[in-house]
Write a protein that binds this ligand. Structure first.
Ligand SMILES: Nc1ncnc2c1ncn2[C@@H]1O[C@H](COP(=O)(O)OP(=O)(O)OP(=O)(O)O)[C@@H](O)[C@H]1O
Ligand SMILES: [Mg+2]
Length: 257
């Protein structure tokens, strides 16, 4: 049964999509079978993996979640052999409203992806910067949450609300939800506050903080505009090394190395 990891933080622009794409690609390169699900109506993962959400508007997560399309018919083969994707589209916003009617509204995604869970070693879900119903669905479908943290001054304050949402999901629909870990993104060792925030994070969350730190790397921000994960865009840059190390740490934590 594949492990489902949701990449979540309701703070915008902290590196969720970059982490989802490059962790998924790195795990795939390390010979795991991986599915990445774009659960954000902004569809950044979708375009970052070279798929225009307008190419095939009728075969996205939205249609899967409203029950119009079997999950197996939404799978896209990416440029990396072991990496499949379920794309997103702005119309996913509509699912949030339509699901309000549904009885098991937190479990729609979990039920929808159940038929393919056994086909993958990992399913990575890129969440939107919100704690709305689609993110709650992602947390309900997930075995664990990975939390990207950009080491800025207010980073830790925002985490309280996310942890509270995680606890609510744990106390209700998904008691088994774990925390995969906190991963520091866009780190710049020359910036004093970055080092301070990382130290604080480690003080608070101890070994729940990944040892691998994702450094600020311009190549990581360029890669999506070429529709490529970093490993296919620049195999020798820091971004590639950092995300491969993060993937290895995830495998190690899950006794899969
Ligand atoms: N390590 C990094 N080095 C340099 N730039 C980065 C790095 N990580 C992410 N970025 C850039 O920072 C911006 C925000 O990253 P990203 O889109 O991954 O964040 P996000 O949390 O998914 O945002 P949103 O909340 O809007 O979904 C993007 O332009 C991305 O290319
Ligand atoms: Mg994003």
């Amino acid at each position: 049964m594949g492990k489902v990891i949701a990449i979540a933080n309701q703070k915008g622009g902290v590196g969720k999509t970059t982490t989802a794409i490059n962790l998924a690609a790195s795990l795939a390169v390390l010979e795991k079978k991986v599915l990445i699900i774009d659960a954000d109506p902004q569809a950044n993962t979708t375009s970052g993996l070279n798929f225009s959400p307008d190419d095939d508007q009728k075969r996205t997560l939205y249609e899967v979640m409203i029950g119009k399309l079997d999950v197996r018919d939404a799978l896209i083969q990416t440029e990396i052999a072991n990496l499949h994707m379920i794309p997103s589209h702005i119309n996913l916003v509509g699912a949030e409203i339509e699901m309000l009617e549904s009885e098991e509204r937190e479990s729609v995604m979990k039920n929808a992806i159940a038929p393919v869970r056994g086909d993958y070693d990992f399913i990575i879900i890129d969440c939107s910067p919100s704690l709305g119903l689609i993110t709650v669905n992602s947390l309900t479908a997930a075995d664990s949450v990975m939390i990207p943290v950009q080491p800025e001054f207010f980073a830790l304050e925002g985490l309280g609300k996310l942890l509270q949402t995680i606890r609510i999901v744990q106390g209700g629909v998904n008691p088994g939800l774990g925390i995969e870990g906190f991963v520091v993104t866009m780190f710049d060792g020359r910036t004093k506050v970055h080092t301070q925030v990382v130290n604080e994070l480690k003080e608070h969350f101890k070994d729940m903080v990944f040892k691998t730190i994702i450094q600020r790397n311009i190549r990581l921000s360029e890669a999506p505009s070429h529709g490529k994960p970093i490993i296919l865009y620049d195999v020798i840059c820091n971004g590639t090394t950092n995300y491969l190390n993060l993937a290895k740490e995830v495998l190690e934590k899950n006794n899969m190395l």
